[in-house]
Write a protein that binds this ligand. Sequence first.
Ligand code: NAP
Length: 357
Amino acid sequence: MRIVVTGAAGHLGRLVVQGLLERVPADGIIAVVRSEEKGVGLEALGVRIAVADYNVPETFEGLFAAGDKVLLISSSEMGRDRVAQHKVVVDAARTSGVALLAYTSAAGTHETPLAEAHRGTEKVLVESGLPYVLLRNNWYSEIFVDGLDRVVEHGVLVRAAGEGRIASATRADYAAGAVAVLTGTGHENRAYELSGDRAWSFAEFAAELGGQTGREIVYTPVEVEAYVDLLTGAGMPALYAEILAGAEASFAKGELAGANGDLARLIGRPTTPIADTIAAALRRDEAGGRRGMAGRAQDRRWDNRRAAHLGCAHGGRTRGRAGGVLHRLHRRQAGGSRLSRRPRRAVAAQQPAEARR
Ligand SMILES: NC(=O)c1ccc[n+]([C@@H]2O[C@H](COP(=O)([O-])OP(=O)(O)OC[C@H]3O[C@@H](n4cnc5c(N)ncnc54)[C@H](OP(=O)(O)O)[C@@H]3O)[C@@H](O)[C@H]2O)c1
């Protein structure tokens, strides 16, 4: 039995491959990448490499074999018809008679345009008749620590999520969940709502950040429309601003707050607290600062790639602009804005003990 991972050169894919290597022989793992070049690092780990592109159906012909277990990592190409892209993989898997196809989906309660592609793909997969597993991942914690240095610099955290709570977990947690499903038994035709063990709010996030940095960080919740205005006013194209604001509205409604313990049960350990993700990001930023200009430039490239996940990936110029937009947005809020409502002091000393867990 072989295990095939698509999107293997991405952040989540690499973690899945690393996790699989601890459980199965390297030559039983096939990493699907978009180009030979992308596969170089993975090949060095001893796994087999296959080159295929969701946009080119022929590249998936003959890639799978009967009895394979496949992890389809959802496409990161926001401007594309992602359901059609994923259908290419599902069709190829059905033709080959794979034993299982696991798909990285979105939390079941999540109702934004971002989630529509996941619902569409789930339908295609379930109707395909293949044995499937839906890995409905909540948000990645890492998404919330992008640009943390700018938040610390200005002492303001601007979001449009109100009091909403988010049960995020790290990519490493979700990757471990995928590994458990791919190497375990009895997961066929199940949908897992995967999340962190405990949901947090942005007020708690700001308090935690304040506590760890010894700085005062003010969480400034704004209305969704105001958030769009702020983003577009700072130079972000309306399409992307709407996507980001849609996610904030979803947080505010509590659509990402559910924490049922599925992920911790699958991986046999607690998920990573948001405080740990914040600490890791601060260490990374500090190391970037120590490395000077070159280090910061490297981190910026890293950040720009991450901006893709905020719906900002549509060519290098837009990605590059995303960091600047957030910087201007925080600066603007730090200077005070009539759009803000009820800014609250989130000082370390005032934070509830629970927020620091
Ligand atoms: N739950 C969340 O908070 C959250 C946040 C962000 C994203 N996501 C979803 O989770 C997925 C994995 O996250 P990640 O952090 O690992 O993203 P990532 O680092 O951008 O990885 C995405 C992978 O998909 C590959 N890919 C994109 N388009 C493709 C295509 N047309 N054909 C074949 N492969 C293609 C990329 O290939 P290249 O390496 O060649 O670019 C990359 O390896 C994302 O793609 C996105 O759908 C979820």
